[in-house]
Ligand binder design. Structure first.
Ligand code: ATP
Ligand code: MG
Length: 589
């Protein structure tokens, strides 16, 4: 088919849109693929629609290939099933809630576990019906706290979500493996490099879960890769495990020392190293010898706020994303001045373990980083302004309410699996596979009769692909300084033919003839046949729009040649006019 730029509904922009922070957002808007319609909501223009549909089609084909069956739910859903699962509340402010004219509660589906569970319950009742795998490609709604980067994080977006239903754990494992393998194929066909990492299951519940991340500097996720073994995990899911206790039998008794004007770790370390009476055999004091107690407020989905204290070695910080993942569905707020004012026993900058813990007068739950092992000795706040305590030993001088592994993960940190070094990278979450288990089937009563005629609760998996996010992620990894550079599998058109001569010369007819020949061969041809647009602007637009091949009918026509640019290979060649069609067709075969 020939698509003419003179009539195509598209306008390219010379300048980057002001709000665009990442290349994919900038380029998709500038090249006329999408337009912003609302915060976190985008309109798909014809070129964008074509990419979206091709991505959907690849996802659909691979889901069909494993035997999953496509269905389609409404996005507008009743409250009751989400009440039963607890997610009406657990989703907190991320859920779009609304009411109909009678005052009944509805929501816009953020993901559809409940609805699929009820659908299978409606129709199936025997183990003979299982396994069954159902999916949809559908618009989801989440009132994201930080919609950003265009399609990468929208409040309305397209997701492929599928759900598996099995009688037992072995069945679930097979369903999970089949989806995982389909995802590998999907991302390969989309031209996206992905790393499969261990993941947290978040608000979904359930156990085994992995994410498919596309490595990319503008990604919001950070993940680790071990430099020697195959350990890969989202930093949210990194667990350093329990470390060995240390022997504190020779550690001196804890003592409180005056440390005026040392509200920060660095000022404290400098002061410790400047004092002769605190010189020690182990050498200079460092931030790693101090225990920093970080206070936060957890906001539960129902709005209640509870304080939490986290003790981490002073050379580390609490990683807020790791903390949020660990305490989900609660969200994390700062512990602000009013929170301090309400608790006068907490001395800002000098908070020590004595003032923390559920059994103390503060009643604040106190959790420790796993590096704060039993027997380890710390310099930490003495709960009086300008004073710290030295050699405070965990287990001897203080206790906590538990362990929480949410300190920052660093490049070169030891691998929890083999002890070698971790490397940190950023990535975009493209897909997520979960073994949900029986959580939803339990609360919604999805049971089938087994071989012995006994009712058994079904076990489920849930599997998502970010379809609209994939369009942006592909753009993120397939562009250059000139513009987009679509892989052939998802490009909106196969080839872009540019008429770059003067009105009335031979370039127009030559380009038209080529376009017709390519179209007859089944290719989608974008033909730049616009009037009154200079060759320079046409070239720039062709590079910006990003079709995998550009053919230019310009000055060379007089010599009997056209210029063929392969945007993927990055090559430019001149070919005799009569060879161009065969060359382009072969490249698209
Ligand atoms: P994230 O951690 O990025 O918020 P999530 O873990 O909440 O994502 P899932 O519930 O696992 O997302 O959804 C399945 C897939 O849907 C994700 O892997 C991602 O590709 C896509 N997705 C999730 N949220 C968004 C969004 N706001 N905009 C676009 N795509 C999204
Ligand atoms: Mg996820």
């Amino acid at each position: 088919m020939i698509h003419r730029l003179s009539t195509l509904f598209v306008r390219t922009l010379r300048d980057d849109p002001a709000e665009a922070e990442v290349p994919s957002h900038r380029l998709l808007v500038r090249a006329g693929y999408i337009r912003r319609a609302a915060p976190g909501g985008y309109t798909w223009l014809p070129l964008g629609m074509r990419v979206l549909q091709r991505v959907e089609q690849i996802v659909r084909e691979e889901m069909d290939a494993i035997g999953a069956q496509e269905v389609h739910f409404p996005a507008l859903l009743p409250r009751e099933p989400y009440d039963a699962s607890g997610r009406w509340t657990d989703y907190g402010p991320n859920l779009f809630r609304l009411q109909d004219r009678r005052g009944a509660d509805y929501l816009l589906g953020p993901t559809h576990e409940e609805m699929f569970t009820l659908l299978v319950k409606d129709l199936y009742s025997s183990y003979k019906d299982l396994p069954v795998w159902l999916y949809q490609i559908q618009t989801k709604y989440r009132d994201e706290a930080r919609p950003r980067a265009g399609l990468l994080r929208g409040r309305e977006f397209v997701m492929k979500d599928s759900y598996s239903f099995d009688l037992d754990d072995d069945g679930l494992q097979r369903s999970y493996d089949a989806h995982r393998a389909a995802y590998v194929k999907i991302f390969e066909r989309l031209g996206l490099d992905v790393v499969i990492v261990k993941a947290m299951s978040g608000a979904m519940g359930g156990s085994a879960s992995e994410e498919f991340l596309s490595p990319c500097a503008s990604g919001e996720d950070t993940f680790v890769r071990c430099t020697s073994c195959d350990y890969r995990a989202n930093t949210e899911a990194v667990r350093i495990g329990s470390l060995a206790d240390v022997d504190a039998s020779t550690t001196s008794a804890a003592r409180v020392v005056d440390t005026p004007n040392t509200p920060t770790i660095q000022t404290l370390v400098d002061m410790l190293n400047g004092r002769d009476d605190l010189r020690r055999d182990a050498g200079a004091w460092s931030a790693a010898d101090t225990l920093k107690n970080v206070l936060v407020m957890l906001r539960e989905p129902d709005g209640t706020r509870t304080p939490l204290a986290i003790g981490v070695p002073g050379d580390r910080d609490v990683d807020m994303k790791r903390l949020e993942a660990a305490v989900a569905p609660a969200e994390v707020d700062a512990f602000d001045d009013a929170d301090f004012a309400a608790r006068p026993n907490l001395v800002k900058g000098y908070i020590g373990p004595d003032a923390l813990g559920e059994k103390t007068s503060s009643g604040i739950r106190y959790l420790l980083d796993p590096r704060v092992v039993l027997g380890s000795a710390w310099v930490t706040g003495a709960n009086t302004p300008g004073r710290h305590v030295v050699d405070l030993v965990h287990g001897r001088d203080f206790t906590a309410d538990g362990v929480i592994d949410v300190a920052d993960v660093r490049d070169t940190d030891p691998c929890p699996n083999c002890g070698s070094h971790l490397r940190i990278e950023r990535g975009i979450e493209m897909g997520h596979v979960f073994q949900l288990g029986r959580k939803y089937a339990d609360v919604l009563g999805l049971q089938v009769l087994d071989e012995k005629g006994k009712q058994r609760v079904v076990t489920m998996g849930s599997y998502g692909v970010g379809v609209s996010r994939a369009v942006a992620a592909i753009a993120e990894s397939h562009h250059d300084q000139l513009g987009l550079r679509w892989p052939r599998s998802v490009a909106p058109m196969d080839v872009h033919v540019v008429i770059a001569g003067k009105p009335g010369d031979d370039t127009g007819p030559a380009a038209e003839a080529l376009a017709a020949e390519l179209s007859n061969a089944g290719l989608h041809v974008l033909l730049d046949d616009r009037d009154g647009v200079s060759p320079g602007v046409r070239f720039k637009d062709a590079e910006l729009l990003g079709m995998p091949m550009i053919v230019i009918a310009g000055r060379g026509i007089a010599k009997g040649v056209m210029e063929v640019r392969d945007r993927i290979a990055g090559t430019t060649t001149e070919l005799p006019i009569h060879d161009v069609a065969a060359h382009v067709i072969a490249a698209n075969a």
